[in-house]
Design a protein around this ligand. Structure first.
Ligand SMILES: *Cc1c(COP(=O)(O)O)cnc(C)c1O
Length: 220
């Protein structure tokens, strides 16, 4: 068994245990395997082991490796989890099934335009900068509920959930709790939160998907 396939099995087992510990259904949480920086030769065995949902943080990198893999595995679901520039909205709508990083008016407008033009509608999440970190993408928590409303009413976008990346040096629990509260206030049901270091905590706080990279694929 290669290392990534072993990592996948371990993470899956820990997700099942965390769901059980949190009193949640055994299929409550979707695993998004974050394959950024890893080539197709590393990713392919993970697909063959049954994983179908993957996350990438750069549009261009994803364009380079996923179209060929998708020819062989048409049921792949690809998530964009990195910042989206408005000049990449066209490519992002064409390639991704889920875009998790909608965080400003201009991106919402560009996505709405491309969705109408291409007749292809990726599922959308709003990224919230729960720690208000200046260097980090995401909408400010105090603006998040109104922004989800504007995505719907002004741009006609159906927002499925919220996503966050807590500050690296803080206890993630309060950030996960904040995201859950904002989602309730905004009337969205999905929560993308939790990475290799904290996905079990995120599951306890209600994550519906976790984005796990290094615990599966190893260090980058
Ligand atoms: C890289 C990345 C992850 C995965 O991080 P790991 O710590 O390797 O699990 C999750 N979410 C986002 C947005 C990322 O960029």
């Amino acid at each position: 068994m290669n290392e990534a396939v072993a990592g996948l099995a371990q993470v899956r087992a820990r997700i099942v245990a965390a769901e059980r510990d949190a009193g949640r259904d055994s299929d409550a949480v979707v695993l998004v395997a974050v394959s950024k920086t890893f080539g197709a030769e590393i990713i392919r065995p993970v697909i063959e082991a049954g994983q179908r949902v993957f996350g990438e943080n750069r549009v261009q990198e994803a364009q380079g490796k996923w179209p060929a893999l998708r020819q062989d595995f048409p049921d792949i679901e690809l998530h964009l989890i990195g910042p989206l520039q408005s000049n990449k909205a066209k490519e992002a709508v064409a390639l991704f099934d889920v875009i998790e990083t909608v965080d400003r008016e201009k991106i919402a407008a560009e996505l709405a335009k491309e969705i109408a033009r291409q007749g292809r509608a990726p599922r959308l999440y709003v990224q919230v900068n729960t720690g208000s970190e200046p260097q980090k993408a995401g909408i400010e928590p105090r603006d998040a509920v109104a922004f989800v409303g504007r995505c719907r009413q002004v741009h006609g976008l159906d927002i499925e959930g919220l996503m966050c990346i807590p500050p690296a040096d803080e206890n993630p629990g309060p950030h996960f709790a904040l995201l859950e509260k904002l989602a309730r206030q905004a009337g969205v049901r999905k929560l993308s939160m939790g990475m290799s270091g904290d996905y079990e905590t995120a599951i306890a706080f209600g994550a519906t998907s976790v984005r796990v990279g290094s615990a599966i694929f190893g260090g980058r």
